[in-house]
Ligand binder design. Sequence first.
Ligand code: 5GP
Length: 164
Amino acid sequence: KDGKVKEGNVLKVDSFLNHQMDIRLLDEIGKEFRRRFAGEKINKTFDHRGIRHRHRGGGSAAHLTIAGGLCKKEQVPKNLDGELYTAQVTSFTRGTTFDVQVSKKYLQPGDRVLIIDDFLAKGQALLGLLDIVAQSGAEAVGCGIVIEKGFQEGGKMLRERGVR
Ligand code: 5GP
């Protein structure tokens, strides 16, 4: 009811998810992720922007959450010190390519990670995040997505690769 369909297969959900946030909804999303991934011993969640579902959504599925840094290739954020894991992601909504970066301090072998995001479209964002988890030697337990746009190919591609 509240989502607005825009040109280019983009759905705007600013009124409850991306800008103004419906906290009760985010709580329910968090509960649902926890229910679906119950028993997986997840200790971290990971999302590439770090602001969306951090506290309410994915946050309740694990004790710690990692916010990936998004930046243009040449701009390493000053607040991400030490060595970094990096993956390139092409943004569906902007059409540009960014690096997602995570400090090596916070993602390590033995971590069991649930990746979370708001949308799944062509799957490029998740491929980038899965790549970072693989680089670190941690294990990606699966991906929790709020809105899968089923008419785009990302979900099929990821399921075929065995991603939960
Ligand atoms: P993908 O990498 O799967 O093609 O696209 C997923 C990413 O693009 C998500 O992180 C999300 O932020 C953004 N995105 C993709 N489709 C939409 C959409 O319809 N609406 C909004 N608001 N973001 C989208």
